[in-house]
Design a protein around this ligand. Sequence first.
Ligand code: COA
Length: 171
Amino acid sequence: MNESTLQTRRTILRMFTPGDLDALAAIFGNANVMKYLGLDCQPIAREETEIAIFSMIQHWNDRNFGRWAVVCKKNKKLIGCAGFRSYENAAELFYILDEPFWGKGLATEIAEKCLRFGFEDRDFKQIIAFTRPANAASRKVMEKIGMSFEGEVMVFGIQAVQYVINREDFA
Ligand SMILES: CC(C)(COP(=O)(O)OP(=O)(O)OC[C@H]1O[C@@H](n2cnc3c(N)ncnc32)[C@H](O)[C@@H]1OP(=O)(O)O)[C@@H](O)C(=O)NCCC(=O)NCCS
């Protein structure tokens, strides 16, 4: 089994376990969190969240990279998920935080750590990220961590904006 734990100043990024279901289901069940996510921008049911957890664990086992559970150092609670999934042989960066934790620079702190992991601990040549065009906070995070806007694309039938960073451009 592939294991990885990282730390940022305010968070721990650790492997998901089945015991994370209640906490993650509460985050995925929040309509504000899901406003720009998934095929229909709707909250995700507990059963789907359970499948998502197993899928994230499996991705680590298959690819030796994936998404971490984000735990707040201060209160020890699971406050989101972040990391990578493979998309057409590229590593796609992704992050979700629970609503009370927005607007504190946490996603930027976590996403920077993810990039460092991808380029230094793994051999990624390039990291990509997608979001819906209207997701201004997510786009801002991508820009703040040094990703460049590549253009509009269709991803799983969804109109999205694509951002990219290459290993040689990572400071
Ligand atoms: C996107 C998300 C992860 C951002 O997390 P965060 O911790 O608030 O992000 P940060 O604080 O690091 O940075 C957000 C930036 O966006 C800016 N921002 C937030 N809302 C904004 C808006 N509506 N319009 C313009 N800028 C906005 C913030 O001011 C901040 O920029 P600044 O540091 O220059 O002030 C969080 O909002 C979230 O989890 N959303 C739901 C899930 C999601 O959409 N994930 C993205 C999937 S692609």
